[in-house]
Design a protein around this ligand. Structure first.
Ligand SMILES: Nc1ccn([C@@H]2O[C@H](COP(=O)(O)OP(=O)(O)OP(=O)(O)O)[C@@H](O)[C@H]2O)c(=O)n1
Ligand SMILES: C[C@](O)(CO)[C@H](O)COP(=O)(O)O
Length: 248
């Protein structure tokens, strides 16, 4: 069968192996409660809500795969969704690679979604999948910025930093997940782009470096990443509002 005539099958990989240092002391971030349910469970459900996603690969903390498997077994998903759990690595890039390596051979496209973005609406997920299935090799949801951005010469913490310039804000976007890819395109990027130190924090950025054009579709303000303590306060408020207004 030629690549064009292969039926589409989309999987979601959820890197969830981070520690959540910026959120403060406690359990690994993906396992912390949001509305009484681990953040990771919300993220898995957010992917499973899309009828296009038939497989979710969760990348657990390196020594936490059994605990995560147990947790997910306690929180059932739609019958059409299979869930695999694999151990992750020291960087997000390594964790994503571990998830990609676990995908079966019939997967044609993949979503990479941060466990730390538990509240992404299904319409955002579906618009990323649709753009990939329409032929875009790499798709990111993103939003215009609310703040003006300055480029600075980084100094020592606490010291004033000289401003180098002010990028034209109308051309800037804040990128979210899930990011969607033709699977071969993303695998090629992970195989060819070496990133030192902390590794790449953004898969689309790796694909850009292979010369492939990445396109943006509209993101959603509720797809924000839970990074710092205030984000968790906001996530609790969004979830409480959803639970009060619909059958969430
Ligand atoms: N070694 C790592 C590091 C990060 N991630 C995942 O990548 C996503 C985005 O990362 P981020 O929100 O920055 O999470 P942390 O790395 O946990 O945060 P921090 O930098 O504050 O420790 C998260 O779902 C996180 O679990 C991962 O799977 N493996
Ligand atoms: C992929 C990402 O969520 C897009 O905004 C982001 O790049 C993750 O970066 P982090 O440094 O791991 O927060």
């Amino acid at each position: 069968m030629s690549d064009e005539s292969r039926p589409h099958r989309t999987a979601a990989v959820i890197p969830a192996a981070g520690r959540g240092v910026r959120l403060g002391p406690g359990a690994p971030k993906a396992l912390r409660a949001l509305g009484g349910t681990p953040m990771l469970v919300h993220a898995v459900r957010a992917m499973a809500r899309s009828r296009a996603v038939s497989l979710v690969v969760v990348v657990a903390p390196p020594d936490g795969a059994a605990e995560v498997r147990h947790l997910l077994d306690e929180h059932p998903l739609p019958e059409r969704t299979d869930v695999l759990v694999v151990p992750g690595g020291d960087t997000r890039q390594e964790s994503v690679r571990a998830g990609l390596d676990a995908l079966p051979a019939d997967i044609t496209s993949v979503l990479i979604h941060d466990a730390a973005r538990p509240l992404v609406p299904v319409d955002t997920v579906d618009s990323v999948v649709e753009a990939v299935r329409d032929g875009a090799p790499a798709v990111v949801p993103a939003l215009p910025l609310a703040d003006t951005v300055k480029e600075v010469e980084p100094g020592r913490p606490g010291e004033p930093e000289p401003v180098l310039g002010t990028p034209e804000r109308s051309r800037l976007r804040a990128v979210q997940t899930p990011q969607g890819f033709d699977l071969k395109t993303l695998l090629h990027a992970h195989e060819t782009i070496a990133v030192n130190g902390e590794g790449a924090t953004d898969d689309a950025g790796m694909v850009e470096r292979t010369g492939v054009t990445v396109v943006v579709v509209p993101g959603h303000e509720e797809a924000f990443k839970v990074t710092r303590p205030l984000d968790l306060v906001l996530a609790e408020a969004v979830l409480a509002r959803r639970r009060a207004t619909d059958a969430y």
